[in-house]
Design a binder for this molecule. Structure first.
Ligand code: PMP
Length: 433
């Protein structure tokens, strides 16, 4: 028996310094777009747990679904006994997934789903190589970190990483100082060159890309680039994997981020984050034919497709549909972008403002001797820190850390966007006074 004396009462523990805190806020409770801190302050939350609380904090229908499921079964373990929420979720997901992607595998986090997608792609093609695009973020586990090029902080000190990963340029028009078309032409040419010079198409299992670069700088991937990848994938028998972890589930003003490109379907789609409004669950979807190339037992996990998370995901899909949240993301995203563009005109430190739906980035730069804009991480950090003092929660991103990103909940209202813009402008006036 464990006696009270056997417990160490002389020690308390603290959180690992490896966690880098973006704000000093400790949450007491939250609702919709708002977080109440234990300091008694109300914060307008334009971080949503890094794009996770899609239906807002504690949406009553999501809360009710999770509460009800808790009274039935919490953890059923989907390879031991199947449970109803996962069956219902799978049926519902079928209604929002691109046509043809009719088979789903569940995990817990984005990273795990990325790994499942890579495993499937390698098993299905018996080819080793994966081509990723500069600035992509795919997670922190060893395979996911190997695929991530959104900053060395995600992989430094972690080698040896997974082999067989090759990086090709992303059409980052602003950074190159080019128009979008020129940047797309360049990036497609470089990809073709990579396939000729180093990574043979017959050795390549997949292309992996986000529809909007997330942690890599909030850069919408130009539709023509996605279409160019699809065309090359078809030509070479390479699988096209879209990481919709951050850009999916309505965030960009379409249900999936890639739907801004005409008529395009990936071979494997990866989703997580917004899927269950805050409960940990992720998924990959592919055709049944492709999915069956991973043999029974090759994919799995203790917690994957948790019953409470699945019930919350079902409620999330219902809320997104019933409250017309994809359309709200589009309209409120336009309001946010227009407001930011107007604000940007008043501050030289802002080099670029961009976004798709409610995924908006503000890039901070300074000008070097040759009059070329260079990333200004210090300015972005100062702004991000200062927004908290103005009652607005924001995050930074980008390999250089010089982009401030705004990620409101899909339920955000016109007044909340207006207030967020007001607080952001006041912050900039303070920082650049
Ligand atoms: N892919 C993308 C596009 C992401 O944005 C993230 C998380 N920021 C991940 C994968 C990894 O997800 P997780 O943190 O849940 O492992």
């Amino acid at each position: 028996t464990v006696t009270a004396e056997a417990m160490n009462t002389a020690q308390t523990a603290s959180l690992s310094p490896a966690l880098k805190q973006a704000t000093p806020v400790v949450v007491d409770h939250a609702q919709g777009s708002w977080i109440r801190g234990t300091d008694g302050n109300d914060y307008l939350d334009f971080t949503t747990g890094i794009g996770v609380t899609s239906t807002g904090h504690c949406h009553p229908r999501v809360v009710a679904a999770a509460q009800e499921q808790c009274t039935k079964i919490i953890h059923a373990q989907y390879t031991t006994v199947m449970h109803q929420p996962l069956l219902e979720l799978t049926e519902k997901l079928g209604g929002v997934l691109p046509l043809g992607l009719d088979s789903v595998f569940y995990a817990n986090s984005g990273s795990e789903a990325v790994e499942a997608a890579i495993r499937l792609a390698r098993m299905a093609t018996a080819r080793p190589n994966i081509i990723v695009f500069q600035g992509g973020f795919h997670g922190r586990t060893v395979a996911a970190a190997s695929l991530t090029t959104a900053g060395t902080r995600f992989s430094a000190g972690f080698s040896p990483l997974m082999s067989g990963v090759h990086m090709s340029p992303f059409p980052y028009a602003y950074r190159y100082g080019w128009g979008t078309d020129a940047a797309v032409d360049f990036a497609l040419r470089e990809l073709d060159y990579l396939l000729q010079s180093r990574v043979a198409p017959n050795d390549t299992a997949a292309f992996l890309i986000e529809p909007v670069l997330g942690d890599g700088g909030y850069l919408p991937t130009p539709p023509r680039f996605l279409e160019g990848l699809r065309e090359r994938a078809d030509r070479h028998g390479i699988l096209f994997i879209l990481d919709e972890v951050q850009a999916g589930f309505g965030r960009t003003g379409k249900f999936w981020g890639h739907q801004h490109a005409s008529d395009l379907t990936p071979d494997i789609l990866i989703t997580a984050k917004g899927l269950a409004s805050g409960f940990p669950i992720s998924a990959i979807a592919a055709s049944t034919e492709l999915m069956s190339k991973a043999w029974p037992g090759s994919q799995g996990g203790t917690y994957g497709g948790n019953a409470v998370a699945a019930a919350a995901a079902v409620a999330t899909i219902d809320v997104i549909r019933d409250e017309n949240l994809v359309e709200n993301a589009r309209v409120r995203g336009e309001q946010l972008l227009t407001g930011l563009q107007e604000i940007a005109g008043r501050f030289d430190a802002i080099g670029d403002v961009r976004g798709l739906g409610l995924m908006t980035g503000i890039e901070f730069v300074k000008t070097d001797a040759a009059d070329v804009p260079v990333p200004d991480a210090a300015a972005a950090a100062a702004v991000q820190q200062a927004t908290t003092r103005h009652g607005l929660l924001t995050l930074t991103c980008g390999p250089a850390g010089n982009v401030v990103r705004l990620i409101p909940a899909l339920v955000v209202t016109e007044d909340e966007i207006a207030l967020g813009l007001e607080r952001f402008a006041a912050t900039l006036s303070d920082v650049f006074a």
